[in-house]
Design a protein around this ligand. Structure first.
Ligand code: PLP
Length: 384
């Protein structure tokens, strides 16, 4: 069942004994749920922004493409190039972010990536540097304060781009954003109507614009498939099921470390000079994971040792955090510590961590796991 793969540069043999275990089967299950919700004839762009929401763009990309996604979308041009270099051939849409230069435009051409043209300045720069015709996306802003051509100017802008022999518009997309207040549904429906009317008014173009995605995860969650258009580009829902079941595995499988030091406190000459709550006779364990790994944001106030919950002694330091092992006398240096996940019959779930941290979205937890912690992939499908 276990397939371990470490895409980080440092050889795993030299790494501190920390690991972020990712369950790719759970990502595959989330992807299949999205496909079911969309139906078979909707172009499904799996959005893998921010290094695949912290889960690792390459292994996740291969997993979602095996599990129902048709195409990929993301903001990082570097990641897009890495995806092509790993052999992925499906359409890759690159959202707004990188500013066009000669090198950037060359890369879009060489790696056959779809850039986003979201205003006249960006359009002009692509025109200046392009040496051959490019397939592009136009981002339309249907809400407020979002990137894109305003709805009122969109049709004219898109016609202008499409009629230029250097460009072919293949995607017109929008990313509706609502706060989740009382008018969210109403506002989303209005944005969907605008997108639909834009699509109809561009129907005469030849060649036709292929895809009009606007359903992100929030839209799919709130509106079902009613706003799916002929394409959709959800991201967060790849890592947080649309239809969670009690026993379904979560992509965030575990965060683990090991004890590197155990000391019993013999005397405390200046207790007020000790950064954590200390008392004589306390057994203090040390883990080689600190706030440079964001451990202060990725914990539920306790960890699992020998199948039991033991308190974290706040605050973490740069590379270390202490735990109170007073109630686990059998704990030894080298023992495994579970910060998130299951050990024996005890479990600290990602949801519990987010509750303790007062954070809103469970999907953001993986983004917080520091970049120095190796990602380890679990999958029944073998090599990711
Ligand atoms: C992030 C993003 C998405 C996906 O949003 P989720 O809420 O993660 O599903 C879709 N489209 C655009 C343009 C985005 O930037």
């Amino acid at each position: 069942m276990k397939n371990e793969q470490n895409p980080s540069v440092a050889p795993a043999v030299y790494a501190r004994p920390n690991r972020f275990e990712i369950n790719l089967d759970a990502v595959a299950a989330c992807t299949r749920q999205i496909r079911l919700r969309l139906g078979v004839d909707v172009q499904f762009f799996a959005t893998l922004k921010s290094n695949g929401y912290g889960y690792g763009v390459l292994p996740v990309a291969h997993t979602v493409l095996r599990s129902g996604a048709d195409a990929l979308s993301l903001a990082s041009l570097e990641d897009a190039i890495a995806l092509r270099q790993s052999g992925i051939r499906v359409p890759i849409l690159v959202y707004a972010g990188v500013l066009p230069s000669q090198e950037v435009v060359n890369a879009f051409q060489e790696y056959d990536l779809i850039p986003t043209v979201h205003n006249q300045v960006v359009l002009n720069e692509f025109l200046r540097f392009a040496t051959k015709p490019l397939e592009v996306a136009v981002k339309v802003d249907l809400g407020s304060e979002r990137i894109g051509v305003p709805f009122s100017a969109a049709e004219k802008f898109i016609r202008n781009v499409h009629s230029n022999p250097m460009f072919k518009v293949v995607v017109v997309n929008s990313h509706p954003n609502v706060r989740g207040g009382t008018h969210s549904r109403e506002f989303l429906i209005r944005q969907y109507r605008e997108m639909t009317s834009l699509r109809q008014s561009l129907a005469d173009l030849s060649p036709q614009i292929k895809w009009f995605p606007m359903a992100s995860s929030k839209v799919l969650r709130m509106m079902g498939a009613s706003m799916r258009s002929n394409a959709a580009d959800p991201g967060a829902a790849l890592f947080d099921p649309l239809e969670p079941a009690e026993d379904s595995p979560h992509p965030f499988h575990a965060l683990k470390s090991r004890i590197i030091e155990i000391r019993t406190v013999e005397e405390v000459p200046f207790p007020d000079e000790v950064v954590f709550d200390i008392r004589k006779g306390m057994r203090v364990g040390v883990l080689p994971v600190g706030y440079s790994d964001n451990i202060h944001r990725v914990n539920a106030g306790c960890v699992l040792v020998a199948g039991r919950r033991v308190p974290i002694l706040k605050p973490a330091s740069l590379e270390y955090v202490r735990i109170d092992l007073s109630d686990v006398p059998e704990a030894l240096v080298g023992d495994e510590v579970v910060i998130v996940g299951q050990q024996g019959s005890e479990r600290i779930s990602p949801q519990e961590v987010m509750r303790v941290q007062g954070a809103a979205r469970v999907v953001d937890l993986a983004l917080d796991v520091g970049q120095f912690i190796p990602r380890v992939y679990l999958s029944s499908a073998g090599q990711a």
